[in-house]
Design a protein around this ligand. Structure first.
Ligand SMILES: Cc1ncc(COP(=O)(O)O)c(C=O)c1O
Length: 474
């Protein structure tokens, strides 16, 4: 059947145009970094009452804009350094609009051959770009948390299957205990998904780290020797505070020696593999069994987007497959998205990923990651010699951790100077910063990852941090 473009239906398109107008106005108008309304005000704006009769969609969209904009956070803008969050690149946003307009359900191939094929092709490109084993399967998820859930579900099933236990048959009650060797500085989402998978404290063997949050592989070696039973090792590419990488070569050697599954949480750090001169930091990553990565971080896909990558596609599929008589699959069909994630009906996430990979290309992605690394280094170098400021991490990626020491003229309690600095910076409206507790210290955590941030904006942030601290310090 030949495809002929359908005539544009003006009436249906007009509310979409109206939304596009608001979107353009928002994005082109340098929106504020900070919300202007508090929770009570937002509740009042949104809670107009549930109408008995439907309303004009134009008015509804106007009311939505009026209610939402005072509560939006400007993470699409330069000046946002608060969390490791991407900036929703316009090309990804445009593809995401189409995803909604097309209304596709990426459950099975036959629900949307286009959605399934976009995922299939984008998955292939992702494996090339991140240089991971090409035979791996890829699930398109809401983020790295769900990606970790999928990868670790595959790991759980496979380490038990190798011992002759079929989880589908036995459930979790009658199987040997699985040891989870996990960095004590693993991102919190890993502990959460392990809980969802039926693991608890008794399964966790927490492995100590150094002062950068890097897993101590000698301690892991000792733990693996000590414990008996099947094992899953969870490590990370890109520590949430320091950006540091675990030592993957020795970890992969240990996993191989002990027959353990090696999982890597590479939510943002795995993107360092796209930059030739940064790739050495992740040497050995490719020897793992599974990887969790985000699309809504360095790929700048609009929220939400993540990837569960599993070397053993059969283990992946065994963990996630949903079958039912009405979920038809013909021999000539392509990828069935639901084989690779727990959802059946879901958003066609592959379109925006496909669009971002095309819009940035291999070079564009590498240049962005490289530039954000340079931004982080520029901030650290600018502040390194400022009295009272200490750069707490070796800046190997995009994260800068700053602590502040000495007497305060403003009376901010010792140990809480970082909060005072963040508050002063946020008050200017030019920046959005957040603090964190790390290794017993209150720190200003600077994350450079939005596509709008360049070296000039990073340097002006560093100058502002210095000026804010000088005002606070005696
Ligand atoms: C290292 C790491 N792992 C996991 C996550 C969770 O990812 P998501 O919020 O996309 O689910 C994050 C989020 O920042 C992260 O930085």
């Amino acid at each position: 059947m030949k495809h002929a473009p359908a005539p544009v239906q003006e009436a249906a398109a007009s509310v979409l145009d109206h939304a596009a107008f608001h979107a353009r106005r928002y994005r082109n108008g340098r929106p504020p970094l900070h919300p202007s309304a508090d929770a009570e005000e937002l509740r009042r704006l949104f809670d107009r009452g549930l109408p008995e009769q439907g309303r004009d969609p134009f008015d509804v969209i106007d009311d939505l804009v009026n209610a939402a904009e005072p509560g939006l956070v400007g993470n699409t803008q330069a000046g946002f350094f608060a969390w490791v969050m991407g900036g929703s690149h316009p090309a990804g946003v445009a593809a995401d609009w189409l995803t909604s307009a097309w209304g596709q359900n990426a459950a099975i191939h036959q629900c949307s051959p286009a959605a399934a094929t976009a995922e299939e092709v984008a998955a292939k490109w992702l494996l090339e770009l991140l240089d991971l084993p090409r035979e791996s399967s890829v699930g398109f998820t809401t983020g790295a948390t769900m990606a970790g859930f999928i990868c670790l579900a595959a790991a759980r099933g496979e380490v038990l299957r190798r011992l002759g236990f079929d989880l589908d048959e036995a459930g979790l009650q009658d199987v040997p205990r699985v040891n989870i060797f996990i960095s004590e500085e693993a991102h919190a989402s890993n502990f959460a998904v392990l809980r969802y998978l039926g693991f608890g404290e008794r399964n966790f063997v927490r492995i100590p780290t150094d002062d950068q949050g890097v897993l101590d592989h000698a301690a892991l070696a000792a733990a693996l020797k000590r414990e008996t039973g099947p094992g899953i090792i969870v490590c990370q590419a890109g520590h949430i505070n320091s950006g540091a990488f675990d030592p993957f070569e020795p970890l992969a050697d240990l996993a191989a020696r002990h027959g353990s599954w090696l999982h890597i949480d590479g939510a943002f750090g795995l993107w360092a593999r796209t930059v030739p001169e940064m790739k050495a930091q992740c040497r050995g990553v490719e020897r793992a069994h599974s990887w969790a990565v985000d699309g809504h971080k360095w790929l700048q896909v609009p929220y939400d987007s993540g990837f569960a990558i599993v070397r053993d596609a059969d283990a992946h599929r065994r963990a996630m497959d949903i079958t039912a008589g009405y979920l038809s699959h013909d021999a000539q069909d392509g990828r069935n998205p639901t084989h690779f994630g727990p959802e059946l009906s879901r958003r066609a996430r592959g379109f925006a990923v496909w669009a971002m990979l095309q819009a940035l290309g291999r070079q564009g992605i590498a240049e962005m990651v490289r530039s954000h690394h340079q931004c982080a280094r520029a901030i650290a170098e600018h502040l390194a010699d400022t009295p009272g400021i200490r750069v707490e991490n070796a800046v190997c990626l995009n994260q800068v951790v700053l602590s502040f020491h000495g007497e305060s003229a403003t009376g901010s309690a010792s140990g809480h100077h970082a909060d005072a600095v963040a508050a002063a910076l946020n008050e200017t409206g030019r920046f959005f910063f957040r603090t964190a507790d790390w290794r017993g210290r209150r720190v200003l955590r600077v994350s450079v990852i939005g596509h709008a941030t360049d070296v000039a904006s990073a340097i002006s942030a560093a100058e502002a941090i210095e000026a804010a601290w000088k005002k606070i310090a005696c």
